[in-house]
Ligand binder design. Structure first.
Ligand code: ADP
Ligand code: MG
Length: 257
């Protein structure tokens, strides 16, 4: 049997209402089990790409198959079912700061209606147990009762990972998950994302700025420039020339590859 495609993107274009062409003909396949890093300067289209993949944004043209189903062509219950397979991790964590850590994690089990239910309804014992398990998995099993904003940035991002785990997703989209963190905390978050990939077999697509993190964690790397894919390869094969190609000739690198 051939390798299964987690994501197959063809001819993807996104033009915003103001006329900005953020994605300009992207073709990309992500195999099940890959840890794909997406590189590129600010404004190159990384967030737009990730948001089109789970249809937080509607593409202008092109197709995106998620495990064989075209997410650009489904609506309603089918779209929600497909989205449930996709866990999203954001640069700014997107936790409800004044809620407890556990309530933030529980909201992940419910998709988009979660916040309302987390405020007004109770959860089943089974959901609470799963939330507790997810928290323990990211090393925060003792912090469920804390207010979310009492935690460090690295811990808050681990809460966001636990929240994504509540969906039991097959695919994780992480949009610069460590860009808001002190460098000393970045590995503590990246290692948990790595564990989702290596231990739980989840496919990961993760935009990153730091080349060291790409070479350390990703199994493959692509780069965007002005909405087009300009590079695809093994992070171990990075050279200064590759980086110049991605970032432009004026870029400077402290390169230890
Ligand atoms: P990156 O995540 O790589 O920094 P983005 O995907 O956020 O890049 O942005 C790609 C391009 O699209 C940029 O030129 C950005 O200004 C533009 N853009 C992003 N979101 C919007 C939006 N909602 N409306 C208009 N333009 C946008
Ligand atoms: Mg972005």
């Amino acid at each position: 049997m051939s390798e299964t495609c987690a994501i197959r993107i063809t001819g993807l274009e996104k033009v915003f209402p103001n006329g900005v062409r953020a994605l300009n003909g992207v073709d990309l396949e992500v195999k099940e089990g890959e840890f794909l890093a997406v590189l590129g300067l600010s404004g190159s289209g990384k967030s737009t790409l990730l948001r089109c993949i789970n249809r937080l944004l509607d593409p202008t043209a092109g197709h995106i198959e998620i495990f064989g189903r075209d997410i650009t062509r489904v609506e309603g219950a089918e779209l929600r079912a497909l989205r449930r397979q996709i866990g999203m991790i954001f640069q700014q964590f997107n936790l409800v700061k004044r809620h407890s850590v556990l309530v933030n994690v529980l909201s992940g089990s419910l998709g988009r209606a979660g916040l309302f239910r987390s405020l007004f309804l109770s959860y089943t014992a089974e959901e609470r147990e799963r939330a507790q398990t997810a928290l323990s998995r990211v090393g925060l099993g003792e912090r469920g009762a804390s207010r979310a904003d009492a935690l460090s940035g690295g811990q808050q991002q681990r809460v966001a990972i636990a929240r994504a785990l509540m969906q039991e997703p097959k695919l994780i989209l992480a949009d610069e998950p460590v860009a808001s963190l002190d460098p000393a905390l970045r590995h503590s978050v990246m290692r948990h994302i790595e564990a989702l990939n290596k231990e739980s077999g989840m496919t990961v697509v993760c935009s990153l700025h730091d080349i060291d993190l790409v070479t350390r964690y990703a199994t493959r790397c692509v780069a965007l420039r002005d909405g087009r894919l300009v590079h695809e390869g093994d992070p171990a094969d990075f050279t200064i020339e590759t980086l110049r190609h991605i970032y432009g000739a004026e870029a400077e690198f402290g390169f230890h590859g």
